[in-house]
Design a protein around this ligand. Structure first.
Ligand code: GLC
Ligand code: GLC
Length: 836
């Protein structure tokens, strides 16, 4: 099968167009980019949440369901004997045409059947806590069409974790209200119908959700069994088959929201319905309605006459009224598109390579926004209940996003730093809703502190905002413990210095970047998680070469900051940069002396002090992380170590689809290595192509001046170059975390799409290291490292209050310039030409 079977890129519209609903896996998109979010697949599957996919899940999703992806926000259309959905599912009635356009924070799904076309535009307007679904029905025939339209959304009982387990309670608590407004409420709004979800609203929750349509309806359902039928599937809801809904009111069980509308369309006529799926919060004192008499409303509630807890709906009404017209929806949609014009104008590439342009100008930057918003919480592989915001993950994500909206990156840095402990250690994750460290996973990952330096220095280079270092930031969110962010950075650096092992290399703790290299865990109990169980650090000799490289690389970024000459006296006196340099030097020596295996960098020493990632090992002889990080940091450069390591990586780790994490993969469980050796060979951290770490090697290649090699590896993992969509399986427009490695059963098969540090790292790689436009404290550095056959390109870079139009020319087929150029920062527009 070739690319054409499932879809294509429409770069002019910044969309990926799916033309066949039977994609090899659901291909999804994200709606919303601030607080209210939706995940939506190419057939309408997915769910919504507010801020936190665990604690404020609005609609329900059943992960790993049969068939795959079987709950969503669906529309059913009944046209005579035909029952169909615009997105093909769940009815799977064969459509006459189907198209799904995934754009930047919106999705448009269009289906046609028997000369009726239904097109649904899904998006979240800026600053609004609701998803808009604009459904346009068009009669393409010469006859009058009498259609029946049903909407469907299934409520989640807020906490997505307990929603999926505590049925003895959940099946009794569900409560709803239905509000039918059948007349003019102002000159624009001619009634609406809203279904409210208010489970637990009367007691401890001050929030509710609603699903409204901008017209009177012919019926509704709020009880799943009444609508679907106990023994039916979503492809044959009994209300739809019967041709009318039942006006059911949910009393516990499973509350849903479904509107039923009879539609008559003249030949050629089109009609729009605007559905609003929203969420609101009320103040405690104001949560219940006092007076219903403002307009003619018909209200039904689960509890009926005895309901003393009618929701105060003022806020929902504002949103419903605001989006009652097509014009209002179009204006909000235009605003969203304008935001993306603006965001993508910060870095624009013009080159003769269409695929490179596509990655740089659209999809890589878009994915960076999504990973910034979601961390690793909610995707079709991340259930939204397991992980919140990761300390290391979020620091990396923000580096891919900081040029888009620096103020949000700033806030994120403060939030992350606030979960740090006074000794520099960190909570590994925190919940976005509470911003509190997550006790279930705790801390002890010894790479975490360095990532704070990585994220903060990137922010300052982008913005020139040194004042962030003055921010007073608590330890572990404890009021009264605030110290400057600068102090957090100092202590982060020290945390590594103070935690070195017998070879002077960093102790690994629970794990470093590789969550599954658990050298102090020794787990034999299948019921415990490798990340949270016993951490035998007492007496452990387990050291990490990955942290060593990270420390040297990010440590130097810290030195550059301290020596930038731009810190206040107070800040610069907090840190002695000579001392920092000494520590970095010491670490380099330790790596050269104890971290070099002859042809490549070792990966680690285990608990007992035995080598990991050495030619002496039978399996796992070489690992990618240390080649990447020590190579980026150019440790042992005088001895040619980075180059040798890169050659070894090319020889042993590389494959058609990218570089694998380790080779050979482990085929047996090594209790002293932990989770890594539990994965079947070729998957995940055991010999999978873990896309996140390929960019480290690419950057190391650029540091070594190897532009051709860097480019070759860049293309292997970049979505725009995916040749076989069936093999790759997951979305062809975004990076995935892992592609099955050369020792796997199906090398090249992708998994865990969307939420991965791969997005930010590839952005950094291509924008700053290959194309070579890099913000520094002194100015904008231009230091490309490109394939020799790339003859020319232009980057327009908006940086702080300046705009640089930089044309790089390469008439002689070089891979990099003799010297980097640094363009001083001066506000205004500058045109520059650089010849290699
Ligand atoms: C996952 C985690 C990330 C970790 C990586 C390697 O992507 O989110 O924190 O570094 O796996 O284990
Ligand atoms: C698993 C995954 C790893 C991830 C970790 C997070 O170990 O393999 O990729 O980082 O879980 O807890």
């Amino acid at each position: 099968m070739n690319t054409k079977e499932y879809g294509y890129f429409d770069d002019a519209k910044r969309e990926y167009v799916i033309t066949n609903p039977r994609t090899p896996f659901p291909w999804i998109n994200y709606l919303g980019n601030e607080d209210f979010f939706g995940l939506i697949s190419n057939t309408g599957g997915g769910y919504n949440f507010y801020k936190d996919a665990k604690f404020r899940r609005i609609t329900r999703y059943r992960y790993n369901s049969v068939p795959m992806d079987s709950v969503g926000r669906y529309f059913y259309i009944v046209d005579g004997a035909a029952v169909w959905n615009p997105g093909w599912k769940p009815c799977k009635t064969e459509l006459d045409s189907y198209e799904c356009r995934h754009g930047l924070n919106y999705t448009r799904i269009t289906g046609a059947k028997n000369k009726v076309r239904a097109s649904v535009l899904y998006f979240v307007p800026l600053g609004v806590k609701a998803e808009i679904q604009r459904l346009t029905l068009t009669n393409l025939s010469d006859d009058i069409k009498r259609l029946k339209l049903f909407s469907y959304a299934e409520w989640c009982l807020w906490n997505a974790a307990t929603d999926g387990e505590n049925f003895q309670r959940n099946l009794s608590t569900g409560e709803v209200e239905v509000e039918r407004v059948n007349e003019l409420t102002n000159e624009r709004v001619n009634g609406w119908t809203a279904i409210y979800h208010k489970t637990e609203y009367k007691e401890r929750r001050n929030h509710y959700a609603y699903y409204a349509v901008n017209c009177p309806v012919d019926g509704y359902d709020t009880d799943r069994e009444s609508f679907v039928g106990l023994y039916n599937d979503l492809n044959e809801p009994q209300a739809v088959l019967a041709g009318h809904s039942t006006d059911s009111l949910a009393h516990g069980w499973s509350p849903i929201a479904s509107h039923y509308i009879e539609v008559e369309l003249a030949p050629g006529e089109s009609r729009d319905f605007i559905f609003v799926l929203g969420y609101e919060e009320n103040e405690e004192a104001n949560k219940f309605a006092k007076d219903l008499s403002t307009f003619n409303v018909q209200l039904s509630t689960s509890l009926g006459e005895r309901d003393h807890h009618i929701i105060n709906k003022v806020r929902a009404h504002e949103v419903i009224e605001r989006f009652a017209t097509v014009e209002a929806v179009e204006a909000a949609f235009a605003e969203l598109n304008a935001l993306w014009d603006e965001l993508l104008s910060k870095y624009r590439l013009e080159s003769s390579d269409e695929r490179l342009n596509r990655m740089v100008n659209i999809w890589n930057q878009y994915q960076c926004m999504i990973t910034f918003c979601m961390s690793r919480s909610a995707s079709f592989f991340e259930s939204g209940v397991g992980r919140g915001m990761g300390f290391r993950d979020s620091n990396q994500d923000l580096v891919g996003f900081v040029h888009q909206i620096p103020s949000r990156a700033r806030q994120r840095i403060i939030d992350i730093a606030s979960t740090q402990f006074p000794d520099g250690g960190c909570y590994h994750q925190y919940q976005p809703l509470t911003k509190r460290g997550n006790n279930d996973i705790g801390g002890g990952f010894n790479d975490d502190p360095m990532w704070l330096i990585f994220g903060t220095t990137a922010y300052i280079r982008e913005t020139g905002d040194f004042s962030i270092l003055d921010e007073m930031v608590p330890w572990d969110n404890e009021p009264g413990t605030e110290v400057s962010l600068m102090e957090h950075l100092r202590i982060s650096f020290d945390h590594v210095v103070k935690n070195v092992g017998p070879h002077g290399l960093p102790l690994i703790g629970r794990a470093d970047w590789n969550d599954c290299l658990n050298l102090n865990c020794f787990s034999m109990d299948p019921n415990e998680s490798f990340q949270t169980t016993g951490n035998k650090t007492e007496g452990s000799k387990a050291e990490s070469l990955m942290i060593a490289g990270l420390f040297v690389y990010c440590g130097r970024q810290f030195v550059d900051l301290v020596e930038s000459g731009k810190l206040s006296v107070e800040r610069s006196s907090q840190v002695d940069s000579r001392k920092l340099r000494e520590e970095i030097e010491k670490m380099c020596k330790a790596v050269e002396q104890y971290g070099w295996d002859g042809e490549w960098y070792l990966r680690a020493y285990d608990y007992y002090g035995n080598k990991v990632g050495s030619h002496e090992n039978e399996e796992g002889k070489i690992f990618i992380e240390s080649q990447g990080w020590c190579g980026m940091a150019r440790i042992g450069a005088e001895k040619g170590m980075p180059e040798k390591a890169l050659d070894s990586a090319a020889k042993l780790l590389d494959s058609e689809h990218g570089m694998v994490l380790n080779y050979p993969a482990y085929t047996t469980y090594h209790i002293e290595l932990g989770e890594q050796s539990t994965y079947p060979a070729g998957y995940k951290e055991n010999g999978g192509i873990f896309c996140h770490n390929n960019p480290w090697v690419i950057i190391a290649q650029t540091e070594a001046g190897r532009g051709n090699d860097a480019w070759a590896l860049y293309k292997k993992i970049a979505p725009a170059w995916i040749a076989d969509q069936d093999l790759h399986k997951v979305e062809p427009y975004v990076y995935c975390q892992m592609v099955a490695g050369k020792e796997a059963a199906r090398p090249g098969e992708g998994k865990n799409s969307w939420l991965t540090g791969t997005a930010a790292w590839n952005w950094l790689t291509v924008s700053q290291h290959i194309l070579g436009i890099r913000p520094t404290y002194e100015g904008l550095m231009v230091n490309p490292c490109i394939p020799s056959d790339l003859k020319e390109y232009t980057v327009t870079r908006k940086w702080r209050d300046a705009e640089y139009v930089i044309t790089v020319k390469n008439p002689n087929g070089k891979q990099r310039p003799d010297q980097p150029t640094v363009l001083p920062y001066t506000p205004g527009r500058h045109e520059v030409e650089i010849v290699l």
